[in-house]
Design a binder for this molecule. Structure first.
Ligand code: ATP
Length: 486
């Protein structure tokens, strides 16, 4: 269940060791916006690259795209985001604090026993599915759910609140502010939909095929909490897979399984994951589930797999008056004729990059008690899989003299082009090891006086803390061998 201390420890650790900083911190930060520091940015990039490779390199029928963040305003009318991209909210009249209804109820049930909690979540989901706002308000009032700030049950009606950020485009001022209005995209998917035929034709893609994209998305989240779990500016990694109508169920099951396998390849135990099927489907979906991970705050969504039907492409065809059809020359065994023209169905996988960073931090962060009778000693270590670790190898000359830094630099020069290395000659070796543990570096190598005699170095393994003597010429291979996904 919830472990607020672990979350606070991770947040503190991220700041202290250069993973994540609050945005504009010297001005007291900006709500739910964060900056990635020197190690955070490497970790994030490694995850993004791994996802990208697993989509575009490991599937011959998936190609990449990098669409602009700004899009024609009609895109968001067609996609339904202008009308539907909203969450039911409720305000406390005394504190003026606004809550997402589902978050308010979820927070409340944390203190109930499991049976009561499950029953209440089930009622809430049924009411959400039916858009029954009066029922939701009654649920909150009947259970005397209080505002955490005012401590009262004095609630407004439940209302919808649109989550898109809008801004103005171009320099021309107009009397009607809507004329120049553009939105910051709340999901990357629409860039893929509007380019579907560009990619299909220029790449001569045959259905089934996918288009993958990573990039920023923006949502004016009302209740932004949980560190980089829920941000107002975040990054998504999405893949839209275009399929023949009628085959979407089969592909939905395929991608559910394939995405779970990807998660397990991060070295995370299956017990830390579960699927959560959606009862309330988004306006575009006919099947949808979340992949949930057991965060310090409990099981929460890290990725969504959605069967989006032909909703988006049909809408864009209607609003743009441009055909969004694909010609399928394959023969339908039932009719003996080509499948012909149709608007494809889409199965998408959509994962938050920042949430994945947070998942990996939650998984990797450990405090090990290495105390002896003489001395209390806690080791803080980030046990990332080596292929995702920000730094792969740290190189330490034992001293700053006697030619040891020169040998260390030779090793750095050999390894630097292949993976990220870190060089340090200050402080005792033990201290240097601990600093690398704290940022998750899987290997440290120490060059000592003996190295000059026999070309052997000490390699120290982060997780076991085992040390072994190996030829210096072997170090590069040892690290390279560890860089495969699990
Ligand atoms: P939630 O229910 O948590 O608001 P969602 O169901 O709205 O998420 P999707 O629209 O399916 O999320 O977006 C796909 C993925 O994008 C999510 O699984 C999540 O990893 C990520 N994501 C969505 N909103 C945010 C956010 N505000 N901050 C960070 N990541 C997010």
């Amino acid at each position: 269940m919830a472990n607020e201390n672990t979350l606070q420890d991770i947040i503190g650790h991220c700041k202290e060791y250069g993973f994540v900083f609050p945005s504009s911190e010297i001005y007291d930060g900006l709500g739910a916006v964060y900056d990635y520091g020197q190690y955070g940015v490497e970790l994030k990039r490694n995850i993004r690259d791994y996802w990208w490779r697993s989509m575009t390199q490991m599937h011959d029928n998936i190609v990449g795209l990098d669409a602009a963040i700004f899009m024609h305003p009609t895109v968001w009318k067609a996609s339904g985001h202008v009308d539907n991209f909203s969450d039911p909210m409720i305000d406390n009249k005394d504190s003026k604090k606004r809550y997402r209804v589902d978050h308010l109820v979820e927070g409340f049930v944390e203190n109930l026993d499991q049976e009561k909690a499950d029953a209440m979540i089930a009622s809430m989901e049924a009411l959400l599915a039916a858009d029954d706002f009066a029922g939701l308000k009654k649920l909150i009032e009947d259970n005397h759910i209080k505002c955490a700030v005012s401590g009262t049950c004095n609630w407004t009606d439940v209302r919808q609140f649109n989550l898109m950020f809008a801004t103005e485009f171009g320099a021309v001022a107009s009397d009607n502010p809507d004329d120049n209005k553009v939105y910051l995209r709340p999901e990357t998917a629409q860039g893929i939909f509007v380019n579907f035929l560009n990619v299909q034709k220029s790449g001569r893609m045959k259905i089934p095929f996918g288009i993958a994209q990573t990039g920023k998305a923006f949502r004016n989240e009302i209740v932004a909490r949980g560190f980089i779990f829920r941000m107002r500016e975040f990054e998504q990694m999405e893949m839209q897979f275009f399929v023949r109508p009628g085959t979407q169920k089969q592909w939905y099951e395929y991608w559910k399984e394939a995405r779970m396998q990807w998660h397990l390849s991060l070295g995370i135990s299956p017990a830390k994951y579960k699927f959560h099927d959606h009862l309330k489907l988004a306006h575009y979906a006919d099947m949808a589930c979340d992949i949930e991970y057991d965060f310090p705050m409990g099981f929460k969504e890290v990725e969504g797999v959605h069967s989006r039907t032909d909703f988006d492409l049909t809408q864009h065809q209607e609003f743009s008056k441009k055909k969004m059809q694909y010609f399928d020359a394959d023969i339908d065994p039932e009719t003996g004729k080509a499948f012909g023209n149709y608007i494809p169905y889409v199965v998408e996988t959509s994962i938050g990059l920042d949430r994945t960073v947070m998942m990996l931090l939650s998984e990797a962060y450990q405090i090990e008690d290495l105390s002896t009778e003489e001395k209390k000693d806690d080791r803080v270590v980030l046990k990332f899989p080596a292929f995702l670790a920000p730094i792969k190898l740290a190189v330490f000359p034992l001293t700053k003299k006697d030619g040891l830094p020169e040998i260390a630099n030779e090793l750095m020069n050999e390894c630097r082009p292949l993976f990220k290395c870190f060089y340090e000659e200050k402080d005792a070796i033990g201290k240097r090891y601990r600093r690398q543990d704290a940022i998750g570096t899987p290997f440290c190598v120490t060059i000592d006086h003996q190295t000059k005699e026999d070309n052997m170095v000490t390699i120290r393994h982060r997780d076991s803390m085992q040390q072994e003597r190996v030829p210096i010429s072997e170090v590069k291979n040892i690290v390279m061998h560890s860089l495969q996904p699990l």
